[in-house]
Design a protein around this ligand. Structure first.
Ligand SMILES: *Cc1c(COP(=O)(O)O)cnc(C)c1O
Length: 378
C-alpha cells in the first residue's frame, strides 16, 4: 500500500445496486430468454404510468435521441439547435441522422440553452431545438417552447439528467413534445445501459417502435407475445436498438428504489448548497431541489487558475471530480469557423467542476469534499 493514498475513494458517480437487481437478473437468466420480451413490456408499462404518456425503451440514451430526431422526420440538410455544453452523445445522435447540430450558447446561471442566442442561429433549415436539462435543471422551458412554437420547430428534450425532475408541478417527460432519457450506469436510475423516448405523438412512438427493430413494421407487439415476424416489409432505415429483458429487469428493480435515490440525491445537493452558500469564489448552480432531482452537482469556481491541479489535489484526498462538459463547438468534428461565437460557454466552461454525487454518499462525505475543496481553492 502506498501511504500517500487515502483509505477511501469518494467516487464522482456510481451505480447503486442491491440484491434486488441481482435477483431480477437471475430470474431472467433462469427463463432462458434474454432478448426483448415481457420484461421490456413491463418496464415500458411502469414508465408509461410514471410519465402518463407512451414510452419506448431502447438500447441507450444516445439511441433514444437519434431515433427521436429521425422519427420527427429530421435528417440530411436539416439543422437542430442545441447547447454546446452537453455530452458529445447529444451531438453524435443528431449528426448520426444526417442533420447538423447547431451549437448554441447558454445562460450562465442555469447552464441551460439560451433561446435568444438560439434565435440568432435560425436558418431556413432549422427544424428543432434540443434543450439539455443540465444536471437535472429545467429552467425557462416554457420560454423555449414558446420560441419553438413561434418558429414552427419541434422540441426534442435531452432529459438524460432529469429523470424525476419536475417543472411547474409536472414531471419532465409528462408534457411537451418529445423527451429522451438515459438509463446508463450512473444516471438517476439505470438499466445497465438503456434509454427511452416519451411522447404523446403517436407517429413518433410508432416510428421508434419499428426503427429500434431494424425497421420491421409492428414487430414490437409480436415480441411481447413471445413471437416475431418471419415475413415482413421494411420501408425505412432502422437499427438494432431495442432493449433486452436483462436490462429491463435491472431497470424495473431500480425504478422501485427511485424515490429513495431521489431523496438522497436531493439531500446531498442541498447539503452542498448550504455549505457553499457564502463562499466568495465557489458558486453552486441555481437549482431548486424541491423540484429538481440532481444527476450531477456542478460548481463554478471564479478565477480558477489551474483546474487540473485542483482536481489532482482533490484526488490526493480521495475525492474524484469531473468536468461536464467539453463544449462541442470546440471539437474538431463539430467546429464551424463561420458560426457566431459562444462567449458565455467559453467563459463558463473553464470554471466548471463537478463534485461527487450519488446515493451511496453520506452527508459527512459532502462535508469532507467541501472542506478539501475550500482549502484547495485558496
Ligand atoms: C448520458 C447522456 C446521454 C446519452 O445517454 P447514454 O445512455 O449514455 O447513451 C445523452 N445526453 C446527456 C446529456 C447525457 O448525460
Amino acid at each position: 500500500m502506498n501511504n500517500d493514498m487515502p483509505d477511501k475513494l469518494l467516487r464522482l458517480s456510481k451505480s447503486c445496486l442491491s440484491n434486488l437487481e441481482k435477483q431480477a437478473v437471475m430470474e431472467v437468466l433462469d427463463r432462458g430468454f434474454l432478448g426483448m420480451g415481457t420484461e421490456v413490456q413491463q418496464f415500458e408499462k411502469v414508465l408509461t404510468d410514471f410519465f402518463g404518456r407512451p414510452v419506448v425503451c431502447v438500447v441507450n440514451g444516445t439511441a433514444a435521441v437519434q431515433l427521436a430526431v429521425q422519427a420527427c422526420g429530421i435528417g440530411l440538410g436539416d439543422e437542430v439547435l442545441i447547447p454546446s455544453l452537453t455530452y458529445v452523445a447529444s451531438f453524435q445522435a443528431i449528426s448520426a441522422t444526417g442533420a447538423k447540430p447547431i451549437a448554441c450558447d447558454i445562460n450562465s446561471d442555469s447552464c441551460n440553452v439560451d433561446w435568444r442566442d438560439a434565435e440568432r442561429r435560425l436558418t431556413v433549415n432549422t427544424k428543432a431545438i434540443m434543450p439539455v436539462h443540465y444536471s437535472g435543471g429545467v429552467d425557462g422551458l416554457d420560454e423555449i417552447y414558446n420560441f419553438a412554437e413561434r418558429h414552427g420547430l419541434r422540441v426534442i428534450e435531452d432529459a438524460a439528467h432529469a429523470f424525476g425532475s419536475e417543472y411547474q408541478g409536472k414531471k419532465v417527460g409528462s408534457f411537451g413534445d418529445v423527451s429522451c432519457f438515459s438509463f446508463d450506469g450512473i444516471k438517476n436510475i439505470t438499466s445497465g445501459e438503456g434509454g427511452c423516448v416519451v411522447s404523446d405523438d403517436p407517429i413518433v412512438i410508432r416510428k421508434i417502435k419499428d426503427s429500434r427493430l431494424l425497421g420491421v413494421e409492428n414487430d414490437t407487439s409480436k415480441r411481447y407475445e413471445g413471437k416475431r415476424s418471419w415475413q415482413f416489409d421494411v420501408k425505412s432505415q432502422g437499427w438494432r436498438y431495442h432493449m433486452s429483458d436483462i436490462m429491463a429487469s435491472i431497470g424495473l428493480a431500480q425504478f422501485n428504489r427511485f424515490s429513495e435515490f431521489a431523496a438522497t440525491r436531493r439531500l446531498l445537493a442541498c447539503c452542498y448548497d448550504g455549505l457553499l452558500r457564502n463562499h466568495q469564489s465557489i458558486k453552486p448552480l441555481a437549482r431548486d431541489y424541491n423540484t429538481v432531482v440532481p444527476h450531477i452537482y456542478v460548481v463554478r469556481i471564479k478565477n480558477i487558475h489551474d483546474r487540473v491541479a485542483l482536481q489532482s489535489q482533490l484526488l490526493k484526498h480521495g475525492i474524484q471530480s469531473g468536468i461536464h462538459y467539453q463544449p462541442n463547438h470546440q471539437l474538431s468534428f463539430y467546429r464551424d469557423p463561420n458560426a457566431l461565437p459562444l462567449p458565455v460557454t467559453d467563459a463558463v466552461f473553464p470554471e466548471l467542476l463537478t463534485l461527487p454525487l450519488h446515493p451511496d454518499l453520506a452527508e459527512e462525505d459532502v462535508e469532507f469534499v467541501v472542506k478539501q475543496l475550500t482549502v484547495a481553492v485558496q
